[in-house]
Design a protein around this ligand. Structure first.
Ligand code: ADP
Length: 191
């Protein structure tokens, strides 16, 4: 079973993906994590990507589609969780084509619904908690980048909600509930 977790920055996609890895042995494919790895690799491409990410802009479709394509050719295990991908209609089309080419299906698109005010609090809170614990703070977890990330989400990613609704794949979950309630709601959808 392959699924997409869809929602704005701070909606809880990464948290819920890690539960699915734990509960079902699925493989989490987070393009954000992959891009941060590319950054720490110190290559010129990694450096360029890091600058785009720090501003809260989207990285080019070509780069992220390439990253996903590489992973799709590896073992699928108990299915993939696409976390933070696709983020544009072009990425959604590319994912559909890649899955078809490798004989795989897309089974559910789960939209985590949250209020915008909550997102700002969550992300600023995440940055403050990391800083207080002496952990690294993401370069894009500040109020200015966050505003940009939200704009990018509404302009480029939110049309995917309609796209997957029309395909009949979309399931909405209330992302404002307790973490374990959201976890249970997702489990119910996946069966
Ligand atoms: P969040 O969901 O909290 O914004 P992510 O780790 O998913 O965090 O993404 C961080 C940044 O990485 C994005 O703001 C963007 O710059 C880049 N990125 C991640 N996934 C994609 C993607 N599919 N397409 C383009 N850019 C991406």
């Amino acid at each position: 079973m392959n699924i997409i977790l869809l929602g704005p920055p701070g909606a809880g996609k990464g948290t819920q993906a890690s539960f699915l890895v734990e509960d079902r042995g699925m493989i989490q494919l987070s393009t954000g994590d992959m891009l941060r790895e590319a950054k720490s690799s110190g290559t010129e491409m990694g450096q360029r990507v890091a600058e785009v990410m720090a501003r809260g802009e989207l990285v080019t479709d070509e780069i992220v589609i390439g990253l996903i394509e590489e992973k799709l050719n590896s073992a699928a295990g108990n299915g993939f969780i696409f976390d933070g991908f696709p983020r544009t209609l072009a990425q959604a089309d590319a994912l559909g084509a890649l899955l078809e080419k490798t004989g795989q299906t897309l089974d559910h698109v789960i939209e985590l619904q949250v209020d915008d005010e909550i997102l700002v609090d969550r992300i600023v809170g995440r940055a403050e908690a990391a800083a207080a614990a002496g952990q690294p703070v993401r370069a894009d977890d500040n109020a200015e980048s966050l505003k940009f990330r939200l704009m990018e989400y509404y302009k480029k990613t939110s049309p995917l909600i309609g796209y997957y609704y029309a395909k009949g794949d979309l399931k909405a979950v209330d992302g404002l509930g307790e973490i374990d309630t959201v976890r249970a709601d997702i489990a119910k959808i996946l069966g």
